[in-house]
Structure formats: structure tokens, C-alpha cells
Design a protein around this ligand. Structure first.
Ligand code: C2E
Ligand code: CA
Ligand code: CA
Length: 758
């Protein structure tokens, strides 16, 4: 028996040694405590090994010392482990010092035992003919036992409290150590009272060391994990179904059971129920996800299904997990946001971008049909807002949106392009211009006692080039729309290729203007101005473009384009400079030159300072540079413009009112306008049926001008009869084909200088 226990003790010593080594290597925070505890347990085992191994008295006595001192070390290590494992702090450092002090005292009293014999002695005992030295305890030993058992009891108490106070799954962590310690204590007590020669409870020391080591270092609380995972799965709002390898549902959480209307006992019907709900929902394979909708419209329920395969450690399919998420709210929110981002909040129509997209789709899906793109524009909408207020304006837009939508079939789409413009795309057979003209001819918006006639214009592009970008189609429709002037009779205009050619032409010449000026393709042509005696006294400088590709271009083909895009100021500045250059060249000749000023020039430059610096640069008398303005200049910013002309006059320039009579001339304006010369437009007379009336008007204009101290110049004189008649009426200056057409500078110089001589 002795040998048997000796072997057991040795095995345990080695095992504990391994535990010490592994604990030290472990990266866990508790590793050191465990190493200390398992290491400390080796000492009592060695002590007992010595006790039972020798027949003489000396070695067992040494063994007892090793044993008891080892026990002190064990309880010290146990205490440390208990505190670390249970995450406790010493209630007070005094208590800690007291206990460690008592343990120190115990060591000292054992050290004094050889001298005083107060702790223990040994007595021989023959067992199976072999002498054992059994312990004979005295009060010193009692002190040791009380101290060690006290500490052991405290540890057991701590573990006991932890076991019973922790949640059920967590208590497992403590209960195993608690049970082991209780078991060990009982076993030890039994040994003490049994007084058997071999301390069998020592095996318990070894075992508890290994148990503690395992639980603290390696043990993973699988049950705890299982329960936690199950808890999480149960609490999830998603429906979760766990299937085994054969596809049988083995577990489902509460939302999952609710969805299928099953319970734990009827789980095997899961697949059938899911098929009932979602149809053939299983996408096949181990991993898939899909979206499913139950019901439609407002009552529609949206689900996201996701399946994952679960493999065991060997990579074999062990089962699968199906999760079903009800994302109805998300979907509805998404749809609401989508609606808001694609619909205009005021009218409920599509936004521009979404309309373009819808039109693209429409043209693709119905490519066999011919469509029209309609650009709807509310004229002078700003006035509606200004006069009637924004609320009425908003209401008007809603009415227009309603009107647009009215009667549109599902083959049509419409939207709001911007503030007061709308876009429609519809099959050409559904576009009824007569009906539209009729309803637009008296389109009235009435809100309460407010009522307003709204003028709506439609630009129409018949989609002949289906591959065009939708925005280009609308550009074309818009282009057609701009061809409708403020017309109350005509509300619809169609885009045609001439419009397109015009746009292309405009773009082309606009891009070439700078180059044309730099290379002198642009030239001044001069048209003589004569006095009543037919003598050339000056000329009007008129722009001509000698284009390398298109040849001779008259101003009609380019001036209006540049008037529109503002580039006219470049031409004018260039023409003024040319005129100044000529005047400088003709220093010795009493000739003047008239130059044209576009109303647009005033937006792009400081006209007076430009002209002043030019005459200064060329050193010419400003009176020789006559300035032709049209009455449209005075349509806006009257005061400011008036001041500009006063300024020019003060600087010595002669100001002429061009095309007088062709526009909305107001005779009244003459009173305030600082003009020196009135250029009467013959064009408005030539068209007149009633020559007598025309004559009377011209005569009166000339007389009126004369009375105001303004000289008259008639332009467009084509016949000698006109010339003589005008001469008789008192007109002082003449310009027209009768005298000469506009001509190149050299030609003019030859012509005029020669005439001047004669
Ligand atoms: P405008 O200033 O009224 O110029 C007079 C126009 O009448 C010139 O046309 C001239 O050729 C034409 N004309 C002269 N005598 C007769 C005649 O007896 N019968 C007829 N039927 N026409 C006559 P043009 O040169 O084609 O110029 C057209 C318009 O282009 C000008 O009208 C002017 O408004 C504008 N324009 C020409 N050059 C310039 C320029 O350098 N700057 C600006 N801003 N406008 C210019
Ligand atoms: Ca002119
Ligand atoms: Ca004119």
C-alpha cells in the first residue's frame, strides 16, 4: 500500500509540475495565481511522500515539517487564487497583514519546534510489519490547523457565496471549485480524525490542483455559451430557424414561431408553412438570400430571407440557419424617400431627373411609337407671384400641373422641369393641338375671388432622333418655344430642322468671332451720307464679315446672333476703333463717321469712357465720330441712360437717334433725349399703302425735330422722287441706295474724295 501511494503521490507531483509550467505559459491574467497554487500543492505531497517512504524517525519528521510548511504555503496560495478568481479585493489591508502575519508566525513556530517540541512529535506505529511515524499533535499543531482550516473555510465560504449568488449559468464557474474544496476538507478532516498512517487526502490535493488548473485555464463554459447564444437568438427580432443536416427544423426562436404559427412540438411543419407563406422560397444551395413580398399595395409585407450552411469541425455539413427579417418599415420608408426624391412636393409631378429617366424608359419600351416632347412654359410667371402673392402662384402651378395631367394615358409621362416649366412626353396620336390651343386660349386660374389669365406656351419636338439625350430633346422643344413671341393667339410651336441649323449656325459663328476680328474678316463698309446738295459729308460704318467659308455675310446673319449672346460689344468696339482709325487718316478732310451702338453694349462696358479713350488715343475731334443709338436703349434704366448721353454730348460727341419711327417711338422722348440728329427710318414708310399719310407723318416729324433744334436724316432713300420730296420737307441729311450702297473703305475713299473735289 505504501508503494502504491508513493507512486500515486509521485504521479501527482509530476502532474502538478506540468500544471505549474502550463499555467505560467498561459497568457491569462490568473495564470500566476494558478501556478502558485498548483506549485504549492507539490510541497505537502513531497512531505507525505517522505513520511511514508522511510522507516526511520528522522525522515518522517522532516516530511512533517515539509508537509506543514507546505500547507501554510498552500493556504497562502489558495487565498490569493480565491481573491483573483472571484475578482475580490481585500476588505482591508490590516486584515491581509494579519493573516499573512499569522502564516509567518506559524512558520516560525514550526522552526522552533525542534527546540521546544510544542507543535508535534512522532510516534512509531507498525502497519503490516512496517514502521510508520504517526503524528502526535500539541498546541502548536492546533494553532496551525486552526489557522489553515480557518483560511480554507474562508475560501470555501467565498466560493460558496459566489456559487449561490451568481446566476445559474455563471455559478458553474464557482460551484466546481467550491465542491472540490468541500470534498477535500471533509476528506482531510476524516484523515485527521481517523489517524490512519497514510494521508490519503493528499491525493485530493493533487486532484484539486489539477481541477483548479483545468477550470481556470482551459475550461470554456460551453453551457454558458450555449445559453447565452440561445438567449441572443431568442431575443433577436429576426425570425431564426435552425435545420439539421436532413433539413428538419430543430429550433426556432419566438418571432420565427410566430411567423409560421407553430410551436416547439410542431416544428417539423416549418418548411411546409414557409412554403405556404412565401411560395417556393428555397433558392437551393447552402448559402442564399432573397427578398419576398406578401400581399400588395399598402398592406404589402416585405421580408429578407437569408440562409447559411453550418459545417462541423471536419467541414461536413451539419445543418443550416434560415433568418427572415421583416423589413416592411424599412421598405416603406425607402419608398417614401424614393417618392420624395423623385416627385415635386408642390405639384406631385416627377422631378426633372426622374422625368428624364421615365422618358428614356418610355421611348425604349415603346420604340415602335412616334412620340412628342413638350416643353410647357408659363409666361411672365414672376408677375403672377409678384401681383397675386406666392400662395396664388403655387396654386396656379398646381392648376397647370392638373391641366397637364388631365387626360394623359399611361403611355405618357410628365414632370416639373423647373419653377414654371413642365415637360411631357406622349405618343404623337395622343397630342391634340386643337384641343390644347382651345383650352389654352382662355386658361384662367381662379382661387376665391382672385382670378388670373395665365399665358402658357408649348414648345414641341417630334422625336425623330430617338437616340438623342432627353435633355437635348427638351432643348429642341424649348427652342421651338422661344420662337413664340408674346403671342396671345398662338400657344404651340414646333421644332424644325431650320431651328436646329440656326442654332448650329449661331454656335459656329460665335466660336469664330474673335478670330474673325483678329484676321480682319470683319470689316467696316461705309455708306455715304449726303447733304441736300448731294455732297458727301460723312458715312455710316456698317459691319461686314468676309467669311473664308461662307463668303460675304451681311449683318442680318450675324448681328442678331451676337445681340442675343452679348458678343455684339466685341464687334462694336472693333468697329469704333476702325472708324477712329479712318478719321485719323482723314485728318484733312471734313468727313464724319457714324457708328452703331447696340443696347446690349451698355451691359458689357462703360460706353462713354470707351469712346472717350478711343478719340483721345487717335487724337480726333469727338464731333467727327457720330453715335447712333436706337430708341430701345431707352426702354430700361431711362435715367441712367439719359445721363450717359448727356455725358457723351458734354464730351463733344454727336448723338443720333437711329431707326426713328420703326419701333415704339415716343415723340415725347425727344423732349428729354439729348439727341442731335434724328435718323428717320424710311422702311416704315415704304410699306405704307397710303403715301399721302406717310408723307404727312415724315413732314411733321421733320418739323417737330426742327422745332426742337434737332436735325433730321432720312435713311433708306432709294429714288430721286423721295430725295426731292424729303428735301422739300426740310430734311437736311440723306442716306440710301439712291446715293450709294455701303462699300468697302478704299472704294468709299475713291468715291467720296473724288466727289468732294467736284
Ligand atoms: P441700320 O443701323 O439701320 O443701318 C442701315 C441699314 O440700312 C444698313 O443695312 C444699310 O445697308 C441699309 N440701307 C441703307 N440704305 C438703304 C436703302 O436705300 N434701302 C434699303 N432697303 N436699305 C438701305 P445693313 O448694313 O444690312 O445693317 C443692318 C443693321 O445691322 C443696321 O441697321 C444695324 O442695326 C446693324 N448693324 C450693322 N453694323 C453694325 C455694327 O457695327 N454694330 C451694331 N451694333 N449694329 C450694326
Ligand atoms: Ca445705324
Ligand atoms: Ca437705321
Amino acid at each position: 500500500m505504501r508503494t502504491k501511494f508513493a507512486i500515486i503521490f509521485m504521479v501527482l507531483i509530476v502532474a502538478l509540475g506540468v500544471c505549474v509550467y502550463l499555467s505560467k505559459r498561459s497568457r491569462k491574467a490568473i495564470g500566476t495565481s494558478i501556478a502558485l497554487l498548483t506549485g504549492s500543492l507539490i510541497m505537502p505531497l513531497i512531505g507525505n511522500l517522505i513520511i511514508i517512504s522511510s522507516g526511520s524517525e528522522f525522515y518522517p519528521t522532516i516530511g512533517y515539517y515539509v508537509y506543514f510548511l507546505g500547507m501554510d504555503f498552500v493556504v497562502f496560495a489558495l487565498l490569493r487564487f480565491t481573491f483573483d478568481y472571484c475578482f475580490l479585493k481585500w476588505p482591508s489591508t490590516k486584515l491581509k497583514k494579519l493573516i499573512y502575519g499569522l502564516l509567518g508566525l506559524d512558520v516560525i513556530q514550526y522552526a522552533l519546534n525542534p527546540f521546544f517540541g510544542h507543535a508535534f512529535s512522532t510516534e512509531p506505529l507498525l502497519v503490516n510489519g512496517f514502521p510508520y511515524y504517526r503524528l502526535v499533535p500539541y498546541w502548536g499543531q492546533a494553532f496551525h490547523r486552526i489557522l489553515d482550516y480557518g483560511i480554507l473555510a474562508a475560501s470555501i465560504l467565498i466560493f460558496g457565496l459566489k456559487t449561490f449568488r451568481s446566476s445559474r449559468i455563471n455559478s458553474e464557474r464557482y460551484s466546481i471549485i467550491f465542491t472540490s474544496l468541500v470534498f477535500l476538507t471533509i476528506w482531510q478532516t476524516f484523515f485527521i480524525f481517523s489517524r490512519t498512517p497514510v494521508d490519503r487526502s493528499m491525493t485530493g490535493f493533487g486532484v484539486i490542483g489539477i481541477v483548479v488548473f483545468y477550470f481556470a485555464i482551459y475550461y470554456r463554459p460551453m453551457r454558458l455559451l450555449d445559453q447565452m447564444l440561445a438567449g441572443i437568438a431568442s431575443d433577436m427580432s429576426e425570425a431564426l430557424y435552425f435545420f439539421d443536416a436532413s433539413g428538419q427544423c430543430i429550433w426556432a426562436n419566438a418571432p420565427a414561431l410566430k411567423l409560421t404559427g407553430l410551436d416547439e412540438r410542431t416544428l417539423e411543419q416549418t418548411d411546409a408553412k414557409l412554403t405556404e407563406l412565401f411560395g417556393n422560397y428555397d433558392q437551393g444551395g447552402i448559402e442564399w438570400s432573397s427578398r419576398q413580398v406578401i400581399g400588395s399595395g399598402e398592406a404589402a409585407q416585405y421580408y429578407h430571407l437569408e440562409k447559411h450552411g453550418v459545417n462541423d469541425a471536419n467541414g461536413k455539413m451539419a445543418g443550416s440557419l434560415l433568418s427572415i427579417r421583416d423589413n416592411t418599415e424599412e421598405q416603406k420608408q425607402f419608398q417614401r424617400e424614393l417618392y420624395n426624391s423623385t416627385h415635386d412636393p408642390l405639384t406631385g409631378l416627377y422631378t426633372k431627373e426622374f422625368l428624364y429617366q421615365k422618358i428614356r424608359e418610355l421611348l425604349l419600351t415603346h420604340s415602335e411609337m412616334q412620340h412628342v416632347i413638350v416643353f410647357v412654359d408659363v409666361k411672365n410667371f414672376k408677375i403672377v407671384n409678384d401681383v397675386f402673392g406666392n400662395d396664388f402662384g403655387d396654386y396656379a402651378l398646381q392648376c397647370i400641373a392638373d391641366w397637364i395631367q388631365r387626360g394623359l394615358s399611361e403611355n405618357c409621362v410628365c414632370g416639373r422641369l423647373a419653377g414654371d416649366t413642365f415637360g411631357v412626353c406622349l405618343p404623337i396620336d395622343e397630342f391634340d393641338p386643337h384641343r390644347i390651343e382651345h383650352s389654352l386660349s382662355n386658361f384662367e386660374v381662379t382661387n376665391g375671388n382672385l382670378s388670373h389669365h395665365v399665358l402658357i406656351h408649348l414648345g414641341v419636338y417630334v422625336v425623330t432622333e430617338k437616340n438623342l439625350d432627353v435633355s437635348v430633346m427638351f432643348d429642341r422643344a424649348h427652342l421651338a418655344l422661344t420662337s413664340i413671341k408674346d403671342d396671345y393667339q398662338k400657344h404651340i410651336a414646333y421644332y424644325d430642322d431650320a431651328m436646329r441649323s440656326k442654332v448650329l449656325w449661331d454656335q459656329k459663328i460665335s466660336s469664330q468671332l474673335r478670330d474673325a476680328i483678329a484676321t480682319k474678316q470683319l470689316q467696316p463698309f461705309l455708306q455715304p451720307i449726303v447733304d441736300p446738295a448731294g455732297k458727301i459729308i460723312g458715312a455710316e460704318a456698317l459691319a461686314r464679315w468676309i467669311h473664308p467659308d461662307y463668303g460675304f455675310l451681311a449683318p442680318d446673319s450675324f448681328i442678331p446672333v451676337f445681340e442675343k449672346n452679348g458678343m455684339i460689344s466685341e464687334i462694336d468696339k472693333y468697329m469704333w476703333r476702325c472708324a477712329c482709325e479712318l478719321l485719323a487718316r482723314w485728318k484733312e478732310r471734313p468727313l464724319f463717321l457714324s457708328v452703331n451702338i447696340s443696347p446690349r453694349d451698355f451691359y458689357f462696358m462703360d460706353v462713354p469712357s470707351e469712346l472717350k479713350s478711343l478719340v483721345a488715343e487717335y487724337g480726333i475731334d469727338p464731333a467727327r465720330l457720330r453715335i447712333e443709338i436706337t430708341e430701345t436703349v431707352m426702354m430700361t434704366e431711362v435715367e441712367k441712360r439719359m445721363e450717359i448721353f448727356h455725358d457723351l454730348k458734354r464730351a463733344g460727341f454727336i448723338v443720333e437717334m437711329d431707326d426713328f419711327g420703326s419701333g415704339y417711338s415716343s415723340l415725347n422722348m425727344l423732349k428729354d433725349m439729348p439727341v442731335d440728329i434724328l435718323k428717320i427710318d424710311m422702311n416704315f414708310l415704304s410699306k405704307s399703302q397710303n403715301e399721302y399719310k406717310a408723307k404727312t407723318i415724315v413732314q411733321n416729324i421733320i418739323h417737330l425735330a426742327e422745332a426742337l433744334g434737332i436735325e433730321s436724316l432720312t435713311e433708306g432713300v432709294e429714288t430721286p422722287a423721295q430725295y426731292h420730296a424729303l428735301s422739300d420737307m426740310g430734311c437736311k441729311l440723306f442716306q440710301g441706295y439712291y446715293f450709294a450702297k455701303p462699300m468697302p473703305v478704299e472704294e468709299f475713299e475713291k468715291y467720296a474724295f473724288q466727289k468732294q473735289l467736284t
